[in-house]
Design a protein. Structure first.
Length: 691
């Protein structure tokens, strides 16, 4: 579409956010001159977050990588010289080919959600590395624990309709900060509040969302599972149940009733730091809302050793009260399971060349530092990093740095900017931005699919992920046609053929760039049961967990680093550290751009006045935050937004842009969660002193 000011191109926000906004890009004389949220897309509703509203500053930043380069200094120094694409690709192909001749599993791809588009995050890249026979990457760093716990109970990543939440009369916002990380979802929660709903925020930190709620409860980090168990105990003991829903649409209630008998509010009070009366009242309020309650949880509560079980415990609550009966009620963690993505067609695991000789090996991305240093049979000899910045975002950051600093590790980084990780590359490749390539998107916070149409030509010599993998496949002599599909062909394979949820979507996506899945409006997926579990019911007693040899019932899985579990450790490091997203960063994206660095100011640590006074600390002091794994520096913000015993460091800063060259992941652990092999970022004890 053209206007007097230029041509309008439909696009989609690529970033790791539930909202996956539809965008309109105005292009004049080959340059993007304006970007805005699409007003006709119901969920985006014409608005963008403060980060993406300034996305053109990212696209046209003078920091953009525009040409291939090779390292000329020591690893980590960040010194490079420009080379041609032919030299870069030939070098990668030669090194990969030589390593693969010995054992291709010594090559590891490392990526996550730098873009959420299916083509450039999980399409041609997976095809290429499957064909190469490289080690597989278990992408666990954010949501795997919670997704596992949810699926063990509900069956799939499906929940309440985000556009119908105004029907709820009580909303528990649990481990989520939608004002910062789900802005368009927050609009619908506000509408519920305007209609009389009561909003309760459950979070160790008094977030921007908590400040706008009617009640804030601040449990100790890692204790959410105990709180949910105590709520179940009250609901059952006081008979606040929808007996018909429980009888028809759940399984394992008798066993659940016995299991939670001991999990009283008094028991939970000692673990959560909340008064027993407050826990009991929360359960009663939840019961009083009946079928008109909603739990909006996010992945904050899954970043502990017991994170998977914590999400599972919370997921049991709406079935007890029958809250699933009403549209917009029940619970919502993610909508991603509504999209019938055909992973096999998209990723082509059948291309793996020789499983008998080289049985597939999987590396957990959370333990990348440990694996780069310790993996054997074979050791990791090459790593290809794209859509991620592990030197900044991976836990146990000192070991991550040591692993990437290995002189014998061949490292390729494909990026828009010279990140912390890029400084350790042997070959550094320039990537396209979202405005420079084609893609198709699902969402995990709404029910719309989106298409991203390229608005401008790639800047400099930047290339998209898919094109680089096609070129590498050609140089390595691969001949399988799937390795040379166009981006449009990869996108066309993304959804399962014949699935009624996507029937007819193609035309709407081509015409306006977005289309709602063919689901009822409003959508109440479990109003009459029909859970996508083995039993077809909400599983208080989980067949999936039982089959895996795990406890099939809700239980208490404590954090790994806490006074009850590790009293000696807690005596040495008495403060529980959490590192939720900084408002002006998105993981490590945007964290290098002047506007957002200025808005954040400097790394900070929020600490309660009592904890500060006990250590002789004052507001503005430079602090040393440390434990046995490492340390980092931050400025003190003395505030009652955190409870005693808890400190908060909004993240994630690039290491090289922090004053001391370190960030919060210098102290986090690469220990794994109970389910799903996830990261325990918020399961971290520290001590704090003036630097």
């Amino acid at each position: 579409m053209s206007t007097a000011t230029g041509r309008i191109v439909r696009a989609a926000c690529p970033h790791d956010c539930p909202d996956t906004c539809a965008m309109e890009v105005t292009v004049a004389d080959g340059r993007a001159v304006k970007l805005r949220g699409a007003a006709d897309m119901p969920f985006t509703h014409g608005a963008l977050c403060t980060k993406v509203a300034h996305y053109l500053e990212r696209v046209y930043s003078d920091q953009r990588l525009l040409y291939p380069m090779k390292r000329i200094g020591a690893k980590g120094e960040g010194r490079f010289t420009r080379i041609t694409w032919d030299e870069a690709l030939d070098t990668i192909a030669q090194r990969f080919g030589a390593i693969a001749a010995d054992d291709p599993r010594a090559i590891l791809p490392y990526s996550y959600a730098g873009t959420m588009g299916l083509v450039h995050s999980s399409g041609m890249d997976r095809r290429f590395f499957h064909r190469l026979g490289a080690s597989l990457l278990d992408r666990t760093i954010c949501a795997s624990a919670g997704a596992y716990g949810w699926k063990a109970t509900i069956g799939a990543s499906v929940g309440a309709d985000p556009e119908a939440v105004a029907n709820a009369r009580l909303i528990l916002i649990w481990g989520a900060n939608p004002v910062v990380s789900n802005l368009h979802g927050w609009r619908h929660l506000q509408e519920a509040k305007r209609r009389g709903a009561r909003l309760v925020c459950i979070d160790p930190w008094r977030t921007q969302t908590a400040e706008k709620c009617d009640l804030h409860l601040a449990p100790l980090p890692g204790s959410d599972g105990a709180l949910a168990l105590a709520m179940m105990q009250v609901l059952i003991a006081e008979d606040h149940l929808d007996h018909d829903y429980v009888a028809r649409h759940t399984t394992g209630f008798a066993e659940l009733r016995e299991r939670v008998r001991e999990y009283t509010p008094e028991w939970a009070a000692t673990l959560t730091g909340l008064p027993a009366d407050a826990i009991r009242q929360l359960a009663r309020d939840y019961a009083a809302a009946g079928h008109h309650s909603l739990i909006r949880l996010n992945y904050g509560l899954n970043r502990h050793a017991g994170g998977g079980m914590a999400v599972r415990n919370v997921a049991c609550l709406p079935a007890l009260t029958g809250a699933w009966r009403q549209p917009g009620c029940g619970a919502l963690l993610s909508t991603s399971g509504n999209f019938p993505v055909d992973q096999r067609a998209l990723e082509r695991p059948d291309l793996y060349p020789d499983p008998a000789r080289f049985p597939p090996r999987t590396i957990n991305m959370t333990t990348i530092g440990r694996d780069l240093l310790e993996a054997s049979d074979p050791p990791i000899r090459a790593i290809y990093v794209y859509n991620s910045n592990p030197l900044a975002v991976a836990p146990d950051g000192n070991r991550v740095r040591q692993g990437f600093a290995r002189e014998d590790l061949f490292c390729v980084v494909h990026e828009l900017f010279q990140t912390d990780t890029a400084d350790y590359a042997d070959i550094l490749l320039p990537a396209t931005s979202q405005l420079e390539h084609y893609d198709v998107h699902t969402a995990y916070g709404h029910l719309y699919a989106l298409t991203n149409t390229p608005a401008i030509a790639p800047l400099g010599e930047a290339k998209p992920n898919s094109e680089v993998f096609r070129l590498l496949a050609q140089r390595l002599g691969f001949t399988e046609p799937a390795l040379f599909d166009s981006d449009e062909a990869v996108a066309a394979a993304a959804f399962r053929q014949g699935d009624p949820r996507t029937q007819g979507l193609g035309g709407a996506l081509d015409e306006r760039g977005w289309a709602r899945l063919n689901l009822p409006r409003p959508f109440a997926p479990f109003a009459a049961g029909g859970f996508p579990t083995p039993s077809g019911k909400c599983e208080f007693l989980s067949q999936r967990l039982a089959a895996a040899g795990l406890d099939p019932l809700p239980a208490w899985h404590p954090p790994r680093e806490s006074a009850p579990v590790s009293p000696a450790l807690a005596a040495r490091y008495p403060l529980a550290l959490i590192s939720p997203p900084a408002r002006n960063f998105l993981n490590s994206s945007f964290a290098n751009l002047p506007r957002f660095l200025a808005a954040e100011g400097a790394p900070r640590l929020e600490i309660h006045p009592q904890d500060a006074a006990a250590r002789g600390l004052a507001d503005g002091d430079e602090l040393r935050i440390h434990n046995a794994r490492g340390e980092f520096r931050a400025r003190a913000t003395v505030t009652d937004r955190v409870r005693t015993g808890v400190v908060v460091s909004p993240s994630i800063w690039w290491r090289k842009l922090a004053p001391d060259g370190r960030n919060v992941n210098a102290v986090t652990s690469d220990a794994l969660t109970d389910f799903g092999g996830g990261a325990c970022f918020y399961d971290c004890l520290v001590e704090v002193a003036r630097a």
